[in-house]
Design a protein around this ligand. Sequence first.
Ligand SMILES: Cc1cc2nc3c(=O)[nH]c(=O)nc-3n(C[C@H](O)[C@H](O)[C@H](O)COP(=O)(O)OP(=O)(O)OC[C@H]3O[C@@H](n4cnc5c(N)ncnc54)[C@H](O)[C@@H]3O)c2cc1C
Length: 485
Amino acid sequence: MRVAIAGAGLAGLSCAKYLSDAGHTPIVLEARDVLGGKVAAWQDEEGDWYETGLHIFFGAYRNMRRLFAELGIEDRLQWKSHSMIFNCRDKPGTYSRFDFPDIPAPLNGVAAILGNNDMLTWPEKISFGLGLVPAMLRGQGYVEACDRYSWTEWLRLHNIPERVNDEVFIAMAKALNFIDPDEISSTVVLTALNRFLQESDGSKMAFLDGNPPQRLCQPIVDHITARGGTVELEAPLRQIELADDGRVSGFRIGGIKGQPGRTVTADAYVSALPVDPLKLLLPEAWKQLPYFEKLEGLNGVPVINIHLWFDRKLTEIDHLLFSRSPLLSVYADMSNTCREYEDPDRSMLELVFAPAKDWIGRSDDAIVAATLEELERLFPQHFGGDNPAQLRKAIVVKTPLSVYKTVPGCQALRPDQTSPIPNFFLAGDYTMQRYLASMEGAVLSGRLCAEAIAAALDGGALLTTPRTEGATIPVAADATGLAPV
Ligand SMILES: Cc1cc2nc3c(=O)[nH]c(=O)nc-3n(C[C@H](O)[C@H](O)[C@H](O)COP(=O)(O)OP(=O)(O)OC[C@H]3O[C@@H](n4cnc5c(N)ncnc54)[C@H](O)[C@@H]3O)c2cc1C
């Protein structure tokens, strides 16, 4: 069976990978000249890489880890010590750590929280711990029901002091969805906390050992093409063409760089586009269908990723850092954390600037100047005195519409991978799967989409050529796709 997939982000590539494993022929059509979507990266004229986003892989990412294992590239994940490290606001230049000992969950999480006395007082730890009991006991059902509250509202409902937000959760909300706790749905924070507290290695973090297009996306493409599939760059979907019976009859692909436009036909069609461009491409006839209508409520959130190359080392820390500063979210010294970007003498800080709504329209120079002001507070020892650290080079990457903004009420708007159109399916981090807007969510959505296509084929919904004998797509352990690694 031929399946046309628009979008070569992790969702589209994962969908194609699992379809090709099952003996089908995916044709991936990507608008840009680079693989990876939100994990895309480029090289500047000096050969330095810059990325759409600073990306962290968590131990809880079972589907992503399974993909790495299936591709034989697990050694490309550089696992860090099991800790969360925050900049101290009151003592600039110092850090506060949550260290998870090597004991089973949730004891390791409890020990990490109890062991940190810089950020939360004992009464705050106790009231927060009690607040989490329903989430731990009642599981995902409770977590989903909390989608009507923002995280700040959830804290208030549980009489947890506002200071807990200031100390920990402003940083965490910004890291999870690039917005503040007043805006983020409590489902998002509770989902992350649940994974972290219920899985011994859930909060363990890894960095990829190099640029994502070559180190992660290319092996997926090689896997797909070795099984007869194709992945085309600079092949933008311009129109979803419909047959008289309402099914999709083709993907109209735009001609760029002097190439003529063309229609790609297949037995099934997948949008692995982000939700914002998909909404612009929906055929008029589909817009009234509730399944597509509710997509109107899902909207990308702006974020900015900044790369700063310095003339010296600012830190030796080989880990993600939570800045806890007003303009910045998480950051890392990539010269320590990532093998390909390694430099023993000079730092390259990659920083996520969020919330970015007031900054996305501003000049790169203004953004870099504001970031440097914050860094002067975080690293006073390097920016004061007679010989302050010098910035050698800066690159700013703006994403005005990144992952969907996870405000309260969004869970009910997220579509299943199976659409009401029999031969049209969705993949993407915004589609329904339990991992929210993340790389893990994208990879899982792609696999769930491949399974949905296989199920439609078996159920006769796809009028097509017979499937390759004996080819099956492994079915996930439960409806959320949480299968063991
Ligand atoms: C700054 C930043 C930091 C992040 N940090 C993390 C992190 O630490 N951990 C984590 O798990 N996640 C993180 N994420 C989120 C993660 O990157 C995304 O959730 C995930 O990559 C989304 O994958 P996707 O395939 O669903 O969408 P995308 O990656 O957006 O892929 C969609 C693809 O569709 C293509 N496309 C668009 N229009 C068309 C068209 N008309 N025709 C054909 N193709 C088209 C796009 O070019 C793109 O390649 C971060 C994101 C950002 C922006």
